[in-house]
Design a protein around this ligand. Sequence first.
Ligand code: H2U
Length: 343
Amino acid sequence: MSSFSITDHSHRRYNPLTGEWVLVSPHRTKRPWQGKTEAPPPVKRPSYDPSCYLCPGNTRAGGEQNPSYGSTYVFTNDFSALLPDTPDEEYRDGLLLAKGEKGICRVVCFSPDHSLTLPDMDLDSIVQVIELWRREYAELGSLPQINHVQIFENKGDVMGCSNPHPHGQIWAQESLPNEVAKKDRNQSAYFEKHGVTLLSDYLKQELEAGVRIVQQNEHMVALVPFWAVWPFEAMILPRRAMAHIGQLSPDEVAAYAAILKSLTTAYDRLFGVSFPYSAGIHQSPTDGQAHPEWHWHMSFYPPLLRSALVKKFMVGYEMFGEAQRDITAEGAAGRLREMGERG
Ligand code: H2U
């Protein structure tokens, strides 16, 4: 009888940030695979597309005209999911409950150049994107009715991204959405008990182990979390505990830009394709409190599994039971690390 091993045996891994489990089945990676593995031919896009609603000078679907912007550009989403003037009321009927939710949605163009993606951009331009995220987090977060600011990017049509122009979104709202509420609860409980952030202790352990580290620089680390759900999920986090990106020093902003570029470059190399993902920054609530328990981090949830064409579906058992993966976090980190080392 061999003893339990997380590289061979089915097991569940615990996510201390969300309090949820993921089922890992490493033995299944040994099963034969006869599907396609080749990448589709690269798509060459022009730097300016007259039919793109995000390109400088073009008219958007709602009729507004974009300025001839030369770096980043942010505007209020013409089809916002949340609006600032929603009534503050509740609907109750027995077990049924609904509450009005106020919010503001914005679209952030990362570059005027339609042909680029984040990994193609130079470091100074990525710093401009981070600086814009910092300004938006501060500005939206200072509004009395906004208690949470979610910055995210959907990249690739497979992730539901509506336009290849490099862009992301911001949804700011009154309440903490579900994912953030879980992380808020667990980080608070950890900080109360240990007096340090959960992710400071986690990062220390990961840096000692090394196996799940993808890349690191003086101020930032990219790793595949032990509890990763998506095959090539990754997290970027600062070495220094801080609640939000507004607290980054100029050196830390530069280090963040560098690791953002190198992680997304490694992703693109993995299957030889512009790698799709949803990426989001989880930061402290913007309720006017300091939140020393929060340690901001940026998570990448890419859907690809084995090649540019083979996608992981969160269906069946994942829908009815819990998330499941075959390739281990350690295996995924090793492959991403190799992509980064190609230089
Ligand atoms: P996604 O590609 O991640 O869907 O983001 C694009 C957003 O841009 C989307 O939320 C908005 C859509 O509502 N949009 C505008 O605000 N104006 C437009 O002219 C088209 C799209």
